[in-house]
Design a protein around this ligand. Structure first.
Ligand code: SRM
Ligand code: SF4
Length: 569
């Protein structure tokens, strides 16, 4: 059966309403119609099925075990303890008893069945959160640095993430009508989407704000990156603007490639909305609406030429970009353990196993432990873009109480993980819920680490912060192309091995071995670890070493960040 194109579905959805109300009421199936499966993404949910059960259900002639993933909109990734407890209660009532911290600073819940979907959405709303445009062809969750050291700047950047998220929220009241029973305010044509228009964007659009020297948001992996520039007094002077980052790729299709964003200039805080709106509307108007694999902003930029796109953005914004300001990134990972903020409050970053917060069968009670902290905590929870959590804003006097709970519930990979690599490793969700997965990722990470750890130990590299990222397919949800070592799923048990990203999120890695097994991965890494251990220079990171030693080639544009002329150049 042929299906209408996503463009047609969007246009005919009456501003994202589709037939969702009727589809949700239909008790004869656990599924939604093809069209509504596309429409519901804009409301922050994906229809999935448990792929572990697929074959068995097919054999039994049953429909797939349909279920829904729900993603929270959380610009800047900040949650109050009350919101945390709300999410915990929702996950244990309606979902699969786990919360999944994502690489975009928010939570997903898996396993919600259609019958419970509306009640789940209402519970999320009652807990003062929503899921609007967490997925779909719109601006997605806006990332903001979680850097705890510069508390004042964090607050400002967080406010910007909130503002941008609110500004680019679709205007339609569809979400409120469908999920919260708000009176119907509009039928077709009555409502107006001032930024998106009736067909929304050709594809998803992502914005992130980084605060140098920490690139914890991987700002260059975003369609629009803002790099906070601080003046001599430590105040926010404005932002360098970077455009055209995105990780998605396909095996064997060279025209579908990952790309880092390039820095195109500087804007003052007063100019941020205008330049962001210019980027989004240029992409709305010029983006490819025929081929969804070629529809991200990066392709619009590469097809039309970066200079032309920048000129168009400037014309729409009504001003010229200033020359980019000087900035420097040290690293793109999280810093674990306690740090004191400028305001004298303390912040504890805990390393979570691929972001999965559950009570595991092996006895680790992460969900329970973090719930106990949330019951007592008076500050915030800040999610990082590396699937970790920060217990933020803890008065010095309350640190011991938090420490005791962390220890009691063994909440921290920091203490439990044998290697620095294990602490910072990121793996996407992949199987069993992700429809696009080709190989395991989250579920494979512990097994892979248990094999690589002895290897690191053999060469005295357990304390070396080598960045490992695994994705179950080339879409790159763990941003694997920016890792020093990446595994990208090809088929069950088989991966591409990519090497040589830097530790600052500014240089992508390159393909080292194609479609290999676990044994072959280990065989490939062993001699490289040996050489790194004996030949590295002081402070040299693994990815940089691989380049200096000529083991991987310096990747060509667009695989490393290019910067427009900076002030004074
Ligand atoms: Fe992603 C699709 C999970 C961050 C690039 N991503 C998916 C879907 C929804 C699969 C699908 O379309 O059916 C995955 C759901 C799996 C599941 O069962 O939950 C999924 N993506 C995730 C998360 C949960 C990964 C994680 O382990 O944390 C992240 C949720 C982010 C969030 O909270 O909003 C997630 N995805 C990313 C990132 C990283 C980022 O944004 O910094 C990327 C790379 C950056 C980018 O956008 O290019 C990413 N996801 C993709 C793509 C490739 C897009 C492309 O333009 O080619 C797809 C496939 C698609 O859209 O067709 C995808
Ligand atoms: Fe699924 Fe692929 Fe994204 Fe992993 S990278 S969550 S397998 S789409």
């Amino acid at each position: 059966m042929s299906h209408p194109s996503v463009e047609k579905i969007k246009l005919e959805s009456r501003h994202l309403r589709g037939d969702l109300v009727a589809g949700l009421r239909d008790a004869s199936t656990g599924s939604l119609s093809f069209d509504d499966q596309r429409t519901i993404k804009f409301h922050g949910s994906y229809q999935q099925d448990d792929r572990d059960l697929r074959d068995e259900r097919r054999r039994q002639k049953l429909e797939p075990a349909h279920q829904f993933m729900i993603r929270i909109r959380a610009p800047g990734g900040v949650f109050t303890p009350a919101q945390w407890l709300g999410l915990d209660a929702i996950a244990t009532t309606y979902a699969n008893h786990s919360l999944r911290a994502t690489t975009r600073q928010t939570f997903q819940m898996h396993g919600v069945i259609k019958r419970d979907l509306k009640a789940t959405m209402q519970a999320i709303n009652a807990a003062a959160m929503d899921t609007i445009s967490a997925c779909g062809d719109v601006n997605r969750n806006v990332l903001g640095a979680s850097n705890p050291l510069q508390s004042q700047l964090h607050a400002q950047v967080h406010a910007w993430a909130q503002r941008l998220s609110a500004h680019f929220k679709p205007a339609t009241r569809a979400y409120y009508e469908i999920w919260l029973d708000e009176d119907k305010v509009a039928e077709s044509g009555v409502e107006h989407e001032p930024i998106y228009g009736d067909a929304y964007l050709p594809r998803k659009f992502k914005i992130a704000i980084a605060v140098p020297p920490i690139n914890d948001v991987d700002v260059f992996a975003n369609d629009l990156g803002l790099i906070a520039i601080v003046d001599a007094a430590g105040q926010l002077a404005g932002f360098n603007v970077a455009i055209g980052g995105s990780m998605g790729a396909s095996h064997g299709i060279p025209s579908h490639y990952p790309r880092v964003a390039n820095v195109i200039g500087f804007v003052s805080p007063q100019q941020v909305f205008a330049i962001a709106e210019a980027a989004i509307t240029v992409q709305r108007d010029l983006g490819d609406r025929e081929d969804r694999k070629h529809a991200r902003f990066k392709y619009t930029i590469d097809d039309h030429g970066s200079d032309n796109i920048v000129a168009l953005m400037e014309a729409r914004a009504g001003f010229k970009l200033q020359p980019a300001r000087d900035y420097h990134f040290d690293h793109n990972g999280d810093r674990f353990g306690w740090v004191e903020g400028e305001d004298g409050l303390w912040h504890l970053t805990l390393s979570l196993p691929s972001g999965r917060i559950a009570d595991f069968e092996d006895g680790r009670l992460l969900l329970t432990g973090l719930r106990e902290i949330a019951k007592r905590h008076t500050g915030q929870f800040r999610m990082t873009c590396n699937q970790n959590v920060m217990i933020a804003g803890v008065p010095a006097a309350q640190r011991a109480q938090v420490d005791a709970l962390v220890q009691h519930y063994a909440l921290d990979r920091e203490n439990n993980a044998p290697s620095a690599m294990a602490r910072s490793a990121v793996a996407c969700v992949s199987l069993p819920t992700c429809a696009l997965a080709m190989a395991e990722a989250e579920r494979y990470l512990p097994a892979f680490l248990s094999i690589v750890d002895p290897l690191l130990g053999k060469y005295g590299l357990r304390d070396s912060p080598i960045l490992l990222r695994i994705s179950g397919c080339p879409n790159g949800c763990s941003r694997p192309y920016l890792a020093e070592i990446a595994l990208i799923g090809r088929a069950p048990g088989r991966y591409n091995l990519l090497l040589g990203g830097d530790h600052r999120g500014m240089r992508m890695n390159t393909l080292y071995r194609d479609n290999i097994s676990e044994a072959q991965i280990v065989e490939a890494l062993d001699p490289l670890f040996a050489r790194y251990a004996s030949e590295r220079q002081a402070g040299e990171h693994f990815g940089d070493f691989l380049h200096r030693a000529g083991i991987v080639a310096l990747p060509a544009y667009p695989t490393h960040v290019q910067v427009a002329p900076q002030e004074g150049q």
